[in-house]
Design a protein around this ligand. Structure first.
Ligand SMILES: C[S@@+](CC[C@H](N)C(=O)[O-])C[C@H]1O[C@@H](n2cnc3c(N)ncnc32)[C@H](O)[C@@H]1O
Length: 261
């Protein structure tokens, strides 16, 4: 798998990996790992199906709305109110709902000297650098297409849905928003951060699939990639541990917002 597709299976939790392999083996009627390996050699299209089974793309706009409310208040508003460029990375972005939600959060703040105190005259596009990456090329292609079914947009505030999407379904995201996000295929278990330093790294519901050493390595890379005072945002059931833990303060325990020292 690593040879064929560059996916480092050793970084994934064994039980999770075994469950997903079992799904594919059942689907192909294969009983042992050796037979499945032989099948992968014989039928290269099976690699794509296995990759799909391993990379669970479940996501939606504004997933866990309470966490987004905390992000808005603690992170987005102060960044917009400050001056200078803002760099954000959505790591493990699946089909784009998370980075596009981030784009909407920034767009919907009062910029240009409004009540939020954004820098006068600076547009979001001019100040914001928003990168989004995922291991799964299919997910990245879907993210670039920016077309969404109704369940994906269920948590989008009604006024924002009217303003930034075509009437759907499918709901097409306004190209002005889509253009704010730069997507790339990227493997968190083996590649460095794309273009540090960042003010915010969102990596939610991704590290739970990795084993402990892989998580620890990744957290250290996140710490290195963040500016002092920058934010790391994990998923609801994820936590920071290992050497990198000492480089962060847990500012919002429920919403898993950590701040780099
Ligand atoms: C459950 S989705 C999370 C999407 C989004 N962050 C959210 O919270 O809604 C997990 C994503 O992690 C990606 N992923 C899994 N292993 C990865 C890796 N090694 N590098 C980058 N992304 C990975 C999967 O392809 C999938 O799109």
């Amino acid at each position: 798998m690593e040879r064929e597709r560059g996916l480092r299976l050793a970084s994934y939790k064994q039980p999770c990996l075994k469950r997903r392999l079992a799904v594919r083996m059942r689907a192909r009627g294969v009983h042992g790992y050796g037979d499945y390996a032989a099948l992968l050699d014989r039928a290269p299209e099976e690699y794509d199906l296995l990759l799909d089974a391993l990379t669970i793309n479940v996501t939606k706009f504004f997933r866990n709305p309470e966490a987004w409310a905390a992000l808005r208040e603690r992170v987005v508003a102060p960044l917009v109110a400050g001056a200078g460029p803002i760099a954000v990375w959505s790591a493990g972005c699946a089909s784009g709902e998370e980075p596009y939600s981030l784009a909407l959060e920034f767009l919907e703040r009062p910029w240009g000297g409004g009540a939020g105190g954004g820098k006068r005259g600076a547009t979001p596009a001019a100040r914001l650098r928003l990168e989004a990456t995922d291991l799964d090329p299919g997910a990245v292609a879907a993210a670039r297409a920016a077309r969404y079914a109704a369940p994906a947009v269920a948590e989008v505030p009604a006024a924002w849905l009217r303003r930034w999407f075509s009437p759907g379904p499918p709901f097409l995201l306004d190209p002005a928003v889509a253009r704010l996000v730069r997507f790339a295929v990227h493997d968190l278990t083996r590649e460095a951060a794309p273009a540090p330093p960042y003010h915010l790294i969102a990596c939610r519901n991704v590290v739970i699939y990795f084993d402990r050493p892989a998580q620890e390595r990744l957290f250290e890379r996140f710490a290195d990639a963040l500016l002092p005072g920058g934010w790391l945002w994990l998923g609801k059931v994820e936590t920071l541990f290992g050497r990198a833990r000492e480089r962060f303060v847990l500012e919002e325990p429920r919403e898993r917002l950590f701040r780099r020292l």
